[in-house]
Design a binder for this molecule. Structure first.
Ligand SMILES: Cc1ncc(COP(=O)(O)O)c(C=O)c1O
Length: 384
C-alpha cells in the first residue's frame, strides 16, 4: 500500500486541498523539468531535429503503459479533451435518423462536439437523465443508459466516472451493448485516467481522450488521446507536417507526402514536440505509472472511508462504492441544509472542494491524509 506522497508536492500547509478534479497540484519533479526546458531554449542548438520525434515518443510510451495498449503510435498528443473529441466528431459515420447516447450532465467538451453534429448532420443527441432516486442511483442510471442504446445508436460518449459526483459507469456492459448494435464507444477519461485503472484490452474503446492537468498530474494545455481501428483511415482536424510519413527527414520536407505516419499519429496536434509541456507531461505520467492507479484508489479509500460512513449516518448521501470511484465522490446534502452557508464555511476553513449542483465534489489524492477528510467532516457536521 502506498504511503502519503505529499513530500513530492509543494502544497501550502495552511490549506486543505481536496480538489484534484479541478486541477492537480504540480509535482516538484514536473516543475523542475519545465523550468529546465524553458532555459534550454536559451541555446537552441541543444534542441536537435531528432528531439522533435524522441520527445513525443517518450510521452506516448508512458501513456501506452498507463492504458495498456500495444503500440505507442496508437495514441496522439492533444492540447485538450475538446480537440481529441473534435477528431472523433469529424470521423463519426452518422447521419439523419442516427443517435448518440450520453449521460446527462457531461462536461461541456463532451457535449458541444455532438451538438454541432445535430446541427450539421441531423444526428440526434440522446441525453440519459440521472435517476431522481437516492438509493441505487448508480445502478439505475447504468441500466437506463444500456436501455437507451438502440439499433440507430452510432456512438456512446461517456466518462468512466461522472465528472461531478464520481458515479461509475459500467463500461464493460456498455461496450457489449454497443457491439450488439454496431456503435462506437468513446471515453472522456479526464476525470478518471491516472487515478482509476483503465485498460484498453479490457474495455476495448474506439477512442479515449484525457486532459492532462488533473489526474495525469501534468501541465495545463496538454493531454492524450487513444484512437482505435475505427479511426485508422480517418481524416484529422489539422494537417501538421510532423504527422506525415518520413517527416523525420528534415532535408526532404518539401517533397510533400500524402501518407500519414502509422497508427493514430495523424490526429496529433501541431507542435506536439512542445519542448516545455511535452517533457513535463512525460515526467508526470512516469510518476503516475510508478504509483499505479489501483494503488491510488486503495489509498483514497483508506483515508476517506471512515468519514464517508459518518456522513451517511448524519443523513448525507454518497453513492455506494460499487457504483463510484474512490478518488472522486459526491456528498449530496440533506434537503434542509443551506448550501450557500456550507460553501462559506468551507471557504473560511480553507478547505478546497467543488460545489456542483446540490452536491459537494471531493477529490483526494496521495498528498491528502485522513485528517484532511476529518476537517471536511467537522465543517459539514457543524452545518447539520
Ligand atoms: C470530464 C471532463 N472532461 C474534459 C475536461 C476539460 O476539457 P478541455 O480539455 O476540453 O478543456 C474537464 C474539465 O474539468 C472535465 O471535467
Amino acid at each position: 500500500m502506498l504511503t502519503n506522497q505529499s513530500h513530492l508536492f509543494n502544497l501550502p500547509d495552511d490549506i486543505t486541498y481536496l480538489n484534484c478534479a479541478y486541477m492537480s497540484p504540480g509535482l516538484k519533479s514536473v516543475a523542475e523539468v519545465g523550468v529546465r526546458a524553458i532555459y534550454g531554449k536559451e541555446d537552441p542548438t541543444t534542441i536537435k531535429p531528432s528531439d522533435f520525434f524522441s520527445n513525443t515518443k517518450k510521452l506516448r510510451t508512458e501513456f501506452r503503459k498507463l492504458l495498456n495498449f500495444s503500440d505507442e503510435k496508437d495514441c496522439a498528443i492533444i492540447p485538450s479533451a475538446s480537440y481529441g473529441l473534435a477528431n472523433v466528431a469529424k470521423n463519426l459515420k452518422a447521419g439523419k435518423g442516427d443517435n448518440i447516447v450520453c449521460p446527462e450532465g457531461q462536461f461541456p467538451s463532451n457535449i458541444y462536439a455532438w451538438k454541432a453534429l445535430e446541427k450539421e448532420k441531423g444526428v440526434q443527441l440522446n441525453l440519459i437523465a440521472a435517476p431522481k432516486e437516492s438509493t441505487d442511483r448508480g445502478r439505475i442510471w447504468n441500466e437506463r443508459i444500456l436501455e437507451a442504446i438502440d439499433s440507430n445508436t452510432k456512438m456512446v460518449a461517456i466518462g468512466h466516472v461522472h465528472w461531478a459526483d464520481g458515479t461509475k459507469f459500467n463500461l464493460k456492459k456498455i461496450r457489449q451493448r454497443t457491439r450488439e448494435v454496431g456503435a462506437i464507444l468513446v471515453i472522456d477519461g479526464t476525470q478518471s485516467i491516472g487515478a482509476l485503472p483503465f485498460d484498453v484490452q479490457e474495455f476495448e474503446p474506439d477512442a479515449v481522450v484525457v486532459a492532462g492537468y488533473k489526474w495525469l498530474m501534468g501541465p495545463y494545455a496538454l493531454g492524450m488521446a487513444y484512437y482505435g481501428e475505427y479511426f485508422a483511415q480517418g481524416s484529422p482536424i489539422e494537417n501538421n507536417w510532423m504527422n506525415r510519413l518520413d517527416s523525420e527527414n528534415f532535408a526532404n520536407l518539401v517533397n510533400y507526402q500524402d501518407e500519414y505516419q502509422s497508427g493514430a499519429i495523424r490526429y496529433e496536434t501541431g507542435e506536439s514536440a512542445n519542448f516545455i509541456l511535452t517533457p513535463m507531461l512525460t515526467e508526470a505520467l512516469r510518476q503516475v505509472n510508478e504509483w499505479g492507479p489501483e494503488n491510488i484508489q486503495s489509498y483514497c479509500r483508506s483515508i476517506a472511508q471512515e468519514v464517508q460512513s459518518e456522513l451517511l449516518q448524519l443523513g448525507f448521501q454518497i453513492e455506494s462504492s460499487t457504483f463510484r470511484a474512490e478518488h472522486l465522490f459526491g456528498i449530496r446534502l440533506p434537503a434542509s441544509m443551506n448550501l450557500g452557508q456550507i460553501t462559506q464555511r468551507l471557504a473560511d476553513a480553507r478547505i478546497y472542494v467543488s460545489v456542483r449542483g446540490n452536491s459537494i465534489r471531493v477529490a483526494p489524492h496521495l498528498y491528502n491524509t485522513s485528517s484532511d477528510l476529518s476537517r471536511l467532516l467537522e465543517v459539514l457536521k457543524a452545518s447539520v
